[in-house]
Design a protein around this ligand. Sequence first.
Ligand code: BES
Ligand code: ZN
Length: 486
Amino acid sequence: MSENQAKVIAYIEENQAKLIAGLAEAVEIPSVSGDASFRAEVYKMGAWLKNRLSELGCEVSSHDLGMQELDGQEVQLPPVIVGSIGKDTSKKTVLVYGHYDVQPALKSDGWKTEPFELVHDKESDRLYGRGSTDDKGPILGWLNVLEAHQALGLELPVNLRFCLEGMEESGSVGLEEFVVQNKDKLFHDVDAVCISDNYWLGTNKPCVTHGLRGIAYFKLLISGPAHDLHSGVFGGVVHEPMTDLVSIMSSLVSPQGKILVPGIEEQVAPLSDDELKVYDAMEFSISDIDNSTGSKSTISDKKSDVLMARMRNPSLSLHGIEGAFGEPGSKTVIPHKVTGKFSIRLVPNMEPSKVVEAVQKHVESEFSKLKSKNTMKLIPDHPGKPWCTDPKHWNYEAAFAATEKIYGVRPDLTREGGSIPITLTFADALQKNVLLLPMGRSDDGAHSTNEKLDLSNYIKGTQLLGTYLYDCLLYTSDAADDMQCV
Ligand code: BES
Ligand code: ZN
């Protein structure tokens, strides 16, 4: 380990209170991208980051992405914050991506603490708060690395570029176009990309990740009567939108997780014996899932089935029904208009357009079987493709070496079930290797109540990001990115 690398690690270790205070400031801004009433907070978070990056020595610019329609209103999209530090052409240039928006959270959802307040539980040594792991902790990790260098008067080992967005949790609207437009401008000198926005596979062993599932999100709208009706007066008299919707939604997926829409599972890349061996060898047990879900509810008890379900198979989840009666009590209403929401996680070799086509055909056929006089409309969101890359590249070598230095163990190489829509755009538009280097653990509860980041993951994760930048200098192999997934 180089002298500077050791100094940076020691600085991070010795300044924990300061680093926690930085994360607390970020968590206090409720930058929820999916709710128009929070949009001002998302802008505030972008401005906070712009200011911090500039204090830490970056040239920073804020890029407007135009307008979007949200909750029936036209609102301005949050800006992309682009930072740049270092212009030494003899050094490698690493592009860091992160998102500064978060999922919604209300104390009444079941949080033990205020969601937008970072609470350090001293007994468990965990930091609770919305965004602690997804994705403010990792973003702060990068800022902490800059701070350590500034405080120690050290030059960074690589040139760094930052691309921080405020719409990831809502589909990264506008970002793809922005990255493509700037591939030869803001991002012209990038050699590799590093994203810290995922989690370890379990709770003990770190990992390095080379694949993500894509996502196709759908809204299915059924409407009939002009307004809500009394079921005592109209029950059995009219076609009920909710009955139609529930019937169609139940035709999408079986309780065993099998996707029932024809033409979807047929697109999945076949499984080879070699690939199966990879899952058998991974350090993982069903209890890792049980710990994360707080239940015993896995569909299969076989390790490789569970891993494949998460990493290499598609899934269809039903998320909710807008317009349904969801309050406590026994209101005898017939909702006049309901919107079912569901999504399909996409894997190689699924084609998003073919998935949308197959879903459209299926819901039309199911709806026609109902002989209902209601009307049905399927509204697909812009889908995100799956991403998978060949890890035989210096970017991955650096991540492996850095993880071994910080955690004393060779990390697992994993693929992830979640989606980060811009990952594939970076790979395709910039034609550079993309790496996912996680900070948090599988039980952090991203998107859930009581989201947390263990203090040790925050501190060691920050050290890991810093160490990775130094280890980028150790390797040169630049294997062709041939989309090998195993
Ligand atoms: N950090 C997650 C992505 C993730 C989730 C990685 C699980 C690994 C495991 C990210 O913030 C996220 O939640 N993305 C959304 C994207 C969607 C809204 C397009 C997702 O996966 O649902
Ligand atoms: Zn995230």
